[in-house]
Design a protein around this ligand. Structure first.
Ligand SMILES: Cc1cc2nc3c(=O)[nH]c(=O)nc-3n(C[C@H](O)[C@H](O)[C@H](O)COP(=O)(O)OP(=O)(O)OC[C@H]3O[C@@H](n4cnc5c(N)ncnc54)[C@H](O)[C@@H]3O)c2cc1C
Length: 418
């Protein structure tokens, strides 16, 4: 009798899970790719959807469509509920399935540092639903401001607070300022959206902590020139509806409060029964498997390990993609009967953050760039990444159109509750 076909279960169709399935081509295996969303999402451009630069369909594509020509890859739209390494089983939507290999690629989620109640008043930016919620609330605030005769209320409605001065916070603050000052400005009769106040709050002494200091300073100066009020060394004490209370005692009244301050791993890492770091990431072995279970791997944002320089491998898409390819090679080698388990070697390609129209900062190896040059590099890299997205021409056109005209096509408010 022929041995059973090995079952490889991949949890999560983000950068890690999708890349794994694309790279993994053994002679004999069946792959089950599970995600609770039906789309693969290009998260680096989420802020563009949140600030009406792009529409949702331009940065996401159906997972099923990605693998329509792969008879060995079965896509399942389902929520992963439990993982049982001891019996090699997972539970999805109440049903138990077994596996021979498991690839955990369920990424991270927004973390509110022990204050989950803030989520109701300060959305994070992790999913398309988050981005659409932010866009709806941002655009609605300007509509309400146009309708009110109360000056204090109008100011509150036109104030946006972004909490967190990392790349996402910097991108959001810059894009909000541009939306108000250049895009919405032409649309309203009674209010002047250019008077909107955007405040970026960061707890540490500077922006972009993981970038060199000069780049953080450049980002700050650029944002300030764009009218953003940058407040470093400022910590949030509490968030309630329309109000951010600060540790120093003062508070800011703002209709829109956007949370870009914390990320934690998927809560399902706790089901693996192995040590985790404070953010819930799995302390993986050098080959990305988990202690005691060489058939279970964790890749991407859910994994914690150090690179060869002793630095923590960052939660960025290149790390998820490289990890996925590494694990695909290991499993393939084992299925082909020539097992190899080299350690994962992360290649840091550098980091970039865009600040606004024609402004970004980038660190690529020893090279540091700012301004238009960095922005061009950012655009180029993101377009390269979008390869495989059928709609990349549409995205490029949309960007070009916004760049030249300052008009943003995705200013439609949907999902209003009346
Ligand atoms: C706003 C934002 C901007 C970013 N910008 C950049 C950038 O400019 N450059 C860069 O390199 N990186 C950027 N990143 C980080 C990058 O997106 C992540 O590092 C990368 O997505 C991690 O890949 P992953 O496969 O580990 O997880 P993800 O890509 O997050 O995928 C996880 C998948 O698991 C699914 N999932 C989660 N829980 C369950 C469950 N219970 N059941 C079923 N499915 C589940 C999710 O639906 C998702 O599809 C950004 C992230 C965000 C949020």
């Amino acid at each position: 009798m022929e041995p059973a076909i090995p079952r490889v279960v991949v949890l999560g169709a983000g950068f890690g899970g999708v890349t794994f399935c694309q790279s993994f081509r053994p002679p004999r295996a069946v792959v089950y790719l599970v995600d609770r969303q039906n789309h693969h999402l290009f998260q680096p451009l989420l802020y563009q959807v949140a600030t009406a630069g792009l529409s949702a369909s331009e940065i996401a594509q159906p997972v099923r469509a990605l693998f329509h020509d792969r008879p060995d890859v079965h896509v399942h739209l389902a929520n992963v509920e439990d993982i049982r390494p001891a019996t090699r089983e997972i539970v999805v939507d109440g049903r138990t399935h077994s596996y021979d290999y498991l690839v955990f690629a369920m990424g991270g989620r927004t973390s509110y540092f022990g204050h989950p109640e803030w989520e109701a008043f300060a959305p994070g930016l992790k999913s398309l639903d988050d981005a659409q919620r932010i866009r709806r609330e941002l655009l609605s605030a300007f509509e309400h401001a146009e309708n009110t005769t109360d000056e204090a209320e109008r100011r509150r409605l036109m104030t946006i607070v972004v909490v967190g001065g990392g790349p996402t916070g910097v991108e959001l603050a810059g894009a909000c300022s541009e939306l108000a000052r250049h895009v919405l400005r032409r649309d309203f009769k009674r209010i002047d959206p250019a008077q909107a106040k955007v405040v970026l709050i960061e707890g540490s002494p500077r922006l972009l902590g993981q970038f060199p200091e000069e780049l953080g300073q450049d980002a700050r100066e650029t944002l300030e020139k764009m009218g953003v009020e940058v407040r470093c060394d400022t910590r949030v004490k509490d968030i309630t509806r329309g109000r951010v209370a600060l540790m120093e005692g003062s508070s800011i009244e703002a209709e829109n409060i956007l949370w870009a301050a914390g990320i934690a791993a998927s809560p399902l890492t706790a089901k693996l029964g192995v040590p985790l770091d404070r953010a819930g990431r799995v302390l993986v072995e050098p080959d990305l498997s988990i202690p005691g279970h060489p058939e279970v791997f964790v890749i991407g944002d859910a994994a914690y390990l150090l690179d060869k320089d002793g630095q923590v491998v960052p939660g960025v898409s290149p790390a998820a993609i490289q990890g996925a390819k590494h694990v695909a090679r290991i499993i393939e080698s084992e299925l082909e009967g020539a097992p190899e388990r080299p350690p994962f070697d992360y290649w840091d390609k550098g980091s970039m953050a865009t600040i606004g129209r024609s402004a970004a900062v980038a660190k690529l190896g020893p090279l540091q760039m700012t301004g238009f040059l960095a922005w061009t590099a950012w655009l180029f890299v993101h377009l390269l990444f979008l390869v495989g997205f059928r709609n990349k021409v549409a995205v490029l056109w949309q960007w070009f159109y916004s760049y030249v005209t300052y008009r943003r096509g995705a200013r439609i408010i949907t999902g209003l509750k009346r």
